[in-house]
Design a protein around this ligand. Structure first.
Ligand code: SF4
Length: 272
């Protein structure tokens, strides 16, 4: 019942943003939406994301250790680089060819990590089940839960033991083992969203760390579900007008809200 008391709809992307920095949610939902700056690292992120989405297709064509996965990843990189301007026309409207080349060079340097990791995933007997699940991937689409007032789109949808489950592609560094906590909660929030339409419990999902070619299974625990509900309540509070404390971190340096965030913090400290 308590979920029904506040009718403020939330998107899963706002949960992810809140986990990065609560104040970003405050600014973004107040009309301060910004386009990420078209830096070479942002273009690199888009290239890696598109490559990660194509991993299932790549894996379908591989079965032996002799296959030249590095050459195929290079072909994939060039193909993705050509497709980007069609997929992200607004972001690419003012991007120079030099910047795209710089991003391609950066991603190319990751292929030496990606290739061996993907190859061992393909050939390792213990990855068989995960491999099958990954290869069932289909494009993600919008899910909405009336009860949670929550919407979101998984990057892809996979079949895990007959249940449609979320697959996420991440482009940052992957942890030594498992998945990062924020990625776990991202999967859990999508799982909670999807199970209403599935009419069955979503027990796990997959996170693809595209930069390293690492594919990780993540089980959705009760603890994760509890945390998602907590964060959901906090996001609603922020969207309802409560300014969160400033959480200074390495993200601040490149944050589009930096100036207004600093000014607002100094005003708050002046009056209280
Ligand atoms: S400047 Fe830092 S604290 Fe402020 S919104 Fe950006 S990331 Fe968050």
């Amino acid at each position: 019942m308590f979920l029904k008391t506040q009718k403020i709809g939330v998107n899963v992307s706002e949960i992810v943003l809140y986990l990065m920095c609560p104040r970003k949610v405050y600014y973004s939902c107040r009309g301060h939406e910004t386009f990420p700056a078209a830096t070479f690292s942002y273009i690199g992120h888009l290239i890696l994301k598109e490559m990660g989405l194509k991993y299932p297709d790549l894996l379908k064509t591989y079965s032996s250790k002799d296959d030249d996965i590095l050459a195929d990843l290079e072909t994939m990189l060039l193909r993705v680089s050509e497709e980007l301007a069609f997929i992200y026309p607004e972001e690419f409207a003012c991007v120079s060819s030099d910047m795209i080349e710089e991003a391609i060079t950066h991603v190319r340097s990751c292929i030496n990590d990606m290739g061996p990791n993907l190859l061992s995933f393909i050939t390792d007997d213990s990855s068989g089940q995960l491999r099958e699940q990954l290869m069932s991937a289909e494009s993600g689409h919008l899910y909405h839960s009336e009860k949670l007032d929550l919407s979101g789109i998984p990057n892809s949808i996979i079949d895990i033991d007959g249940t449609l489950s979320p697959l996420l592609v991440k482009t940052g560094q992957c942890p030594e083992q498992g998945v990062w906590n924020n990625d776990r909660l991202h999967v859990a929030s999508l799982a909670m969203l999807m199970e209403k339409s599935n009419n069955s419990h979503v027990r796990s999902g997959i996170v693809v760390y595209a930069r390293q070619g690492s594919i990780r299974n993540v089980n959705v625990r009760s603890d994760d579900r509890r945390k998602v509900l907590q964060v959901l309540g906090r996001v609603r509070k922020v969207k309802g007008g409560s300014l969160p404390d400033r959480k200074e971190s390495s993200l601040c340096e490149d944050c589009a809200y930096l100036e207004m965030c600093k000014v607002q913090s100094s005003l708050v400290s002046k009056f209280f």
